[in-house]
Ligand binder design. Sequence first.
Ligand code: SF4
Length: 289
Amino acid sequence: MKIVIDKKSGFCFGVINAIGKAEEVLARVGHLYCLGDIVHNEAEVAHLQSLGMETITRDTFFKLSNCEVLIRAHGEPPETYEYAAKHNITLIDATCPVVLQLQKRVKTAWKNLMTENGQLVFFGKPGHAETVGINGQIGNNAIIVQKTEDLEKIDFSKPVEVFSQTTMPLKQFNDLTGQILERAADKDKVTIRDTICRQVTNRGPHLKIFASQFDVVIFVAGKKSSNGIVLYQVCKSVNPRTYPVEGAAELRAEWFSDVDSVGICGATSTPFWLMEKVADSISRDFSKP
Ligand code: SF4
């Protein structure tokens, strides 16, 4: 059986940077708090926990003092930085530069929109760390939309500026912004900012080609990974025999009967070592003799 791991799958530079910073501190002091899962991948989180990383919730963070805390690639709202400054918390800030740039753009846009009674619309998941971090930049005044029904929250007689969470699907963004333009009283007062990260969108076309070359595709990603869901669907659209797994333990023998080739790929939050483990397991346990 031919088993190929997609060389372009695996951590994006934002996640590589965050994990690198965490490993640096852990090697130095053997302990580090991380505000939320450093990456939406349980296997990588477990690995870093074994080195001394402790994942904490926002509730726990706001009770801490005199320690070091890592801010992951998704970023944080200003209140996190304010609390840290008052409570002698050293922040190891691993906010991805792409997210940081988006936070700045949203802040600037909101300042201008306020002068013309406009609305800032954010295409993102409510409660997702990146959305919380972005919305916090503008006093939680963004209108968060994810689907058509959410557009009812917009006043179409007023100016609108739309941004997107970096890991949302481009097609859905184009659909929703198309509807916003159609419903706007004055199209000239609608500004669309496609701020979806190209680390995610660029992988789509590549994965379409990759996934179509194999009898079976195993897509490795954490169930909580936003871009994992998007990229899995891309693979599934060209190869119906695409199966999502979080790790080797979820592989099933029936997927590999009558199979000559298997492609293994994953999300921007999938560690390469995990795809290698999956490949080893397929080769050892499910490959034809
Ligand atoms: S997907 Fe893009 S924005 Fe998100 S962490 Fe990776 S590089 Fe940064």
